[in-house]
Design a protein around this ligand. Structure first.
Ligand code: UDP
Length: 239
């Protein structure tokens, strides 16, 4: 462990939307390469990184169901979308000379490994980035739930949720210039103030297992590294 870093092992959650950059759909290779570089810096500091990627840039089950599709089938498409994002991220990491393994909660022999807890821990310990794709493997869940679940399973120090803004605000910072950025909130404050961090299933899982959540701006270059080094950017949620 690098004595300079505050975190030993993290679970980083990136939304699918974060990968599409300026485009309205799909994956922007420039964004992917930048994220790979940011993750590389953490690995070089000795931080172990588990990654959960969403699929909202490609498919969301709820949206497909609204358009008339069976929800379970839509969610299966959403989960497979996260595998596609995972393949793209693994490729970007490999091109950046970062060792990375892609695991999926749905068996996809020949494409990537199946999720295996013991193997994931061992890979993390040896400095590999482990990408956990296909969410929880179950419909009606989100990749935020998968992030909290895998974060708890791998005993991460915190779940890092990358967003488009600096953290959690008292109001929407895009429409309200007086919105105040919180640096720390308890799980109960989030619930009392009805602040939206992630869906309730994901949030209560984190709370029940005392898994801290750190919300930060993934679009701000270097923010992730700075927090890892003890910086106070973003919002910390714990008890
Ligand atoms: N999904 C699912 N089960 C899971 C995780 C994800 O069914 O455990 C499906 C669901 O349809 C979801 C889609 O995969 O809408 C993409 O995930 P998510 O919406 O969480 O992606 P993000 O918003 O982070 O890009």
């Amino acid at each position: 462990v690098n004595p300079k870093t505050t975190y030993r092992r993290i679970l980083l959650k990136l939304s699918g939307e974060a990968l599409m950059g300026e485009e309205g759909f799909g994956i922007d290779p420039k964004v992917l390469d930048r994220m790979a570089q940011e993750i590389k810096e953490l690995i070089e500091m000795g931080v172990q990184v588990g990654l959960v990627i969403g699929g909202g840039n490609l498919f969301r089950g709820a949206g497909l169901a609204e358009a008339g599709m069976n929800r379970v089938v839509g969610d299966q498409m959403g989960m497979l979308a996260t595998v596609m994002n995972g393949l793209a991220m693994r490729d970007a990491l490999h091109r950046a000379f970062v060792n990375a393994r892609l695991m999926s909660a749905i068996d996809l022999t020949g494409v990537c490994d199946s999720y295996n807890w013991a193997e994931a821990i061992s890979l993390l310990k040896s400095g590999r980035v482990v990408i956990f794709s296909a969410g929880t493997g179950n419909p009606f869940f989100t990749t935020d739930s998968a992030a909290c679940l895998r974060g708890i399973e791998i005993d991460a120090d915190a779940v890092f949720k990358g967003t488009k803004v600096d953290g959690i605000y008292s109001a929407d910072p895009v429409t309200n210039p007086d919105a105040e950025l919180y640096s720390h909130l308890t799980y109960d404050e989030i619930l009392d103030k009805e602040l939206k961090v992630m869906d309730l299933a994901a949030f209560t899982l984190a709370r029940d297992h005392s898994m801290p959540i750190r919300v930060f701006n993934m679009n701000k270059e270097g923010a992730l590294k700075s927090i890892i080094m003890g910086g106070t950017e973003g919002t910390v949620i714990d008890h």
